[in-house]
Design a binder for this molecule. Sequence first.
Ligand SMILES: Nc1nc2c(c(=O)[nH]1)N[C@H]1C(S)=C(S)[C@@H](COP(=O)(O)OP(=O)(O)OC[C@H]3O[C@@H](n4cnc5c(=O)[nH]c(N)nc54)[C@H](O)[C@@H]3O)O[C@H]1N2
Ligand SMILES: Nc1nc2c(c(=O)[nH]1)N[C@H]1C(S)=C(S)[C@@H](COP(=O)(O)OP(=O)(O)OC[C@H]3O[C@@H](n4cnc5c(=O)[nH]c(N)nc54)[C@H](O)[C@@H]3O)O[C@H]1N2
Ligand code: SF4
Ligand SMILES: [Mo]
Length: 731
Amino acid sequence: MERLSRRRFLKISAATFGAGMVTAGAPAGSALAQAAGAPEQGVRTVPTYCEMCFWRCGGIGYVRDGKLWKFEGNPKDLVSRGRLCTRGTGAVGAVHDPDRLRSPLIRRGKRGSEQWIAVTWGEALDYMAERMKAIKAAHGAESIALFKHGIGVKFIEHVLKSYGVINVTAPSYAQCRGPRDAGYTLTYGVGLGSPEPLDIANSRCLVLIGSHLGENLHNTQVQELGDAIGRGVSLIVVDPRFSVGASKAKYWLPIKPGTDIALLRAWMNVLVTENLYDKAFVTEHGEGFDRFVADIKDATPEWAAGETGLDASLIRESAREMAKHRPATLVHPGRRSNWYGDDSQRSRAMALVNALMGNWGQKGGIFINHNVKVPPYPLPAYPKATRPKVDNPDRRYPFAEEELSQGVRAATITGKPYPIKAWVVYSSNLMSALPNRKETLEAIAKLDLLVVIDTVPSEIAGFADVVLPEATFLERFDELNVVWGRQGSVQIRQPVVPPAYDAQPGWWIAKRLADKLGIGGAMPFKDIEEYLAYRMQKAGLSYEQLRKDGVIVGPPKPIYAADGAEVSFDTPSGKVEFWSEQLADAKLDPVPKYARPEEPPKGMYRLITGRAPMHTFTRTQSNPLLHDLMGSNEVWVNAAEAARLGLKHGQLVRLRNQDGVTTTVTRVKATERIRPDCVYMVHGFGVEAPLLRNAHRRGASTAQLNTRYRIDPVMGGTSIHTNFVSLIKEA
Ligand SMILES: Nc1nc2c(c(=O)[nH]1)N[C@H]1C(S)=C(S)[C@@H](COP(=O)(O)OP(=O)(O)OC[C@H]3O[C@@H](n4cnc5c(=O)[nH]c(N)nc54)[C@H](O)[C@@H]3O)O[C@H]1N2
Ligand SMILES: Nc1nc2c(c(=O)[nH]1)N[C@H]1C(S)=C(S)[C@@H](COP(=O)(O)OP(=O)(O)OC[C@H]3O[C@@H](n4cnc5c(=O)[nH]c(N)nc54)[C@H](O)[C@@H]3O)O[C@H]1N2
Ligand code: SF4
Ligand SMILES: [Mo]
């Protein structure tokens, strides 16, 4: 494998993607006093943390002559380490986006017709509060649901809960990391959280099975990966697609989509039968190991080869490579793990391979992470609910740890166990985040009220009755971010520039809404600064210091067992559960079993999806800076297949799925970099929001094609890779 210095790796990513990481220069922090009334002149800096995705890197906003100039990494911050990713740097474009919402809107005309009247905040919140009161009177406050994403929802969620709302859900659970959390909790007694405590910096062998770091741009991990590649980490990449990670790998395993569990079982089989696993770790911490071994004894590489399309020798060799470097071998747990409907088991199988490496609490494995304790602000308790949540009746998905968004949607459609009459949607584009758009529309049709709080006229905002324009993260205060890591830290989000137009921060919206709902006491502070300062004071930390530095870092603590970090497992047995009694009791497989995925029908391909470095889901496509870097997606098609279909590189096509749903037009990327049985598109394009002029119908939507989904029986995750498509040539 080519050895690359970090600098060179970053340069390569820059060349590949048109933009790369940006290193912060020395903060030019010459804050100039502003003469009263005179226009601001010179350069000033304000530290804050990024919300272009949910990694939350600390950055520094620069204001020049009163205008937002740039956003760079904060060298004091442990998450960004002084560098932001492409999207973070592009945050300036979110502030300057000409398509931003400028004032609150109330719908005129049919839902979805995008006819609005601009209203004042008072009018919009009166309208919202009156309807909420009517719904509460007729159906109870439980009939109002909140869909959310990100830290900015904190006070809105709090006010709604104070009003009696209990159905609160985030698609970033069942549509993202839920299966992984369940897989790890079932195995180790704890999910991995975010940022995941992965010691990539010290790994000697890193396995990326699907997680496509380098395109998935979770900043700290990409930086550590760059460093690791620079010092010659042995990288094993399992992906049907020759990803950016694969291009740096010692082994690329171009697996047949949907067969990961077969590979993982075969890896476990090799590690056990060849005595390559960490016996001391298993003896001390393992539970049910013998039954686990009995379960995987027939899962030979030769068997898995038939399922995965990989050479048995490659499976064997890669397993030995992993064992050679243990415990500094790390199977990256991935993040979005809702793929095929068997995803908790797939995640659990990955967790078990890590357990065989004995890497818990070990250098180069999974470290023991820490945070800084910041006591809560004393807020009044929530009213007691008289009814259960609607999302997971009778705990059908027994290991769900959070609310299932598709479950709330289903209850809205059926009215069972009780009707859901209002949705408040904060920073979540349900039209593209949830599977099967038709069901989302069916649910929306049942609502008496749909309120969307967004920064732009997004797809979901198009269906709202009331649209509330939130200030972008560079224009607002939010809740403190208590960060887990090798060292704990706490970050502040504070406005770099004041909100543009009539946009307002979430906390401000929440406070006014509380007043309108007659529960002003739920927000017993004058403004958010009083709240933040109180919390810092209770933590014994300086609020002034935090405002100045953007981050306060806690004391170093041991992160490895060898240095005294505590290794304990909060499972029923207190051990790492190789064979899971909990799963057996729930009539689920105690050891992950493999089931063969359905084959694509003749002439069709499995649609798989992932990320591009310059975009976050559907939240950045209209951002002018990021749009310039990537204005559309393309559909990756194996070159030989493309030739067989008579499709040239660059040819315009539409994708049609097994249910006849047809996308907007995108271009073919004919490439050797993908298997012939699947096609790949970056998620987030083909946006159906006419007011997002930069993004509207550019490229094709993966979400629209996700009509058929399976639900993970363990925790209720909904699959995304279970649709088949054909390609239709466009003249
Ligand atoms: N730039 C950028 N970075 C992001 C985000 C973003 O929007 N933009 N989003 C963040 C979020 S919230 C998440 S959850 C993560 C998601 O990022 P990850 O957790 O890394 O993963 P996915 O997007 O699920 O994985 C996609 C990869 O899996 C491969 N794949 C598809 N099918 C299979 C299969 O059957 N087997 C195997 N082994 N591989 C397969 C795809 O080719 C692709 O390379 O990214 C985070 N980082
Ligand atoms: N088909 C398909 N579906 C998926 C995925 C996929 O890859 N394919 N990925 C899944 C994953 S991993 C995840 S995490 C979920 C995420 O899905 P969502 O929960 O929808 O999250 P985002 O895409 O981040 O939310 C986007 C909305 O937030 C708005 N927004 C951006 N910034 C702000 C802000 O500061 N304030 C407010 N109020 N609004 C803001 C954007 O304009 C946009 O409308 O989607 C999941 N769904
Ligand atoms: S990874 Fe990028 S987009 Fe996400 S928080 Fe960090 S800088 Fe912002
Ligand atoms: Mo996600």
